[in-house]
Design a protein around this ligand. Structure first.
Ligand code: SF4
Length: 433
């Protein structure tokens, strides 16, 4: 049974400490109960449970998993492929890494349920190249699952239930976290995003219908099947069910991975001893960067009554994204901080489209000007217009989200940009002219 304020996704972490890939121990702790149940269910009833659960995609886009699964279920064409996005490249995010490290079979079970649902012969785990030590752990878990006949041919003794999973390593490109770039990379092509539509559920891997979900999303699937969609939803809020793994970093006393019920007060996450424990420097906390580099920034002082949930953050023009919370105190200049964000995007742009390839560099240059106090009147307007152009004209989510943190910062801390403009230089220039 799952109840609020108790671990759900992390429940097995301590119990499997000796060997997270031990399949007997996993099975004794509810492991594969979801798979055993799903094969007894009507497949449309499974889709209904997913809808009832209101599981929003945990990779960052918050797309309803039920809708995605339903789309693939009715998509025409076989074979259908199951892909797990484990290319966790968002700075400040390490929840998928921790899940793979401590409970890899939960992800494999979630993917196998998907394999059964869509009569898929093959699943792929696309894992970040830098997570090399986790490749071994996943490989070992897959061997265990095959040995126990949870993968391979006639799974659970069901004739024709044939499904296996391969591991594919990324090679360090952040953009391969974008689903279509990831599929290109699996196919051996350059990891660049595809033009959409078509939807990947219709034309995905090797042009076949494909399901792409995040590691944490797959780990939630067995819980939903086992406990029921309603019980899962009750762990969160009306608009987003379940718990969320969050990665708390920066100027808080307790940094690391926590599992919280969606709907937990944000101030509890920042200040209670159970989670962040308050400021680590003794200085007031100033801002939080939500969901990685592509997410928005919120001012701590304005978020006293905010709930950490999809709807709670949306109401404040914020978003959960990947689940990262980078917390900074008031010693950090927003311009310095945004500089590092801009440098990241300029480095990671794949270069396919000009607004992103060139725009990210121009944004970085503009921020460097603000940082060195070399900006002059008019530069702020140019900067804002560049943010609009890069957002509106870029081809994929990377370019479209470069400006998210910058736009929110301009609204929250306009005085810091204003102070960075060297008006004296401008006046002197006018006199000289
Ligand atoms: S927006 Fe950026 S990352 Fe995306 S395709 Fe264009 S250049 Fe590549």
């Amino acid at each position: 049974m799952v109840v609020r304020n108790q671990a759900v996704l992390t429940a097995r972490f301590n119990k499997l400490q000796a060997d997270p890939t031990d399949i007997d121990a996993f099975c004794q702790l509810d492991g594969y109960a979801g798979l055993k149940k799903v094969v007894e269910m009507d497949k449309t009833a499974v889709l209904d449970e997913l809808d009832r659960a209101v599981l929003l995609g945990r990779g960052g886009a918050a797309y309803p998993a039920g809708k995605k699964w339903r789309h693939l279920f009715y998509a025409k064409g076989q074979p259908k492929y199951i892909v797990c996005n484990a290319d966790e490249g968002e700075p400040g995010t390490f929840k998928d890494k921790t899940l793979i490290e401590h409970d890899p079979l939960a992800i494999i079970e979630g993917m196998t349920i998907a394999g059964y649902m869509f009569d898929s012969p093959q699943g792929y785990i696309y894992i970040r190249g830098e997570y090399r030590n986790l490749h071994r752990c996943l490989r070992k878990a897959l061997v265990q699952a095959r040995t126990a006949n949870f993968l391979g041919e006639n799974i659970l003794g069901i004739t024709g239930f044939n499904y296996d999973i391969k591991i594919i390593s990324g090679a360090g490109a952040y953009v391969c976290g974008e689903s279509s770039a990831l599929l290109n990379s699996i196919e051996g092509k350059t990891g660049r995003p595809r033009v959409k539509p078509p939807h990947l559920a219709d034309v995905g891997l090797y042009l076949q219908p494909t399901l792409v979900n995040n590691v944490e999303s797959y780990a939630n699937i067995p819980v939903i099947i086992r406990e029921g969609g309603a019980a899962f939803k009750a762990l969160g809020t009306e608009k987003g069910g379940g718990t969320k793994l969050i990665c708390l970093t920066g100027h808080v006393k307790n940094r690391g991975l926590f599992e919280v019920n969606l709907g937990t007060p944000l101030y509890d996450i920042l200040y209670s001893e159970k989670y962040g424990g308050g400021s680590s420097t003794g200085r007031p906390l100033k801002f939080i960067h939500f969901g990685g580099q592509s997410g928005p920034i919120g001012a701590v002082a304005q978020l006293k009554d905010c709930l950490y949930s999809y709807d709670g953050l949306w109401a404040n023009n914020l978003a959960i994204g990947s689940g990262a919370l980078v917390v900074m105190d008031d010693s950090v200049s927003i311009i310095d901080y945004l500089n590092s964000v801009a440098a990241f995007f300029a480095h990671e742009s794949c270069g396919k489209c000009t607004p992103c390839r060139i725009g990210t560099l121009r944004i970085l240059e503009a921020l460097e000007k603000f940082q060195k106090k070399e900006a002059v009147p008019g530069d702020l307007e140019v900067f804002e217009s560049m943010l609009t152009h890069v957002t509106q004209l870029s081809a994929c989510g990377l370019g479209q989200s470069v400006a998210t943190s910058m736009v929110s910062s301009l609204k929250l801390f306009p005085e810091e940009f204003e102070l960075a403009i060297n008006r004296q230089t401008a006046e002197q220039k006018e006199v000289l002219w």
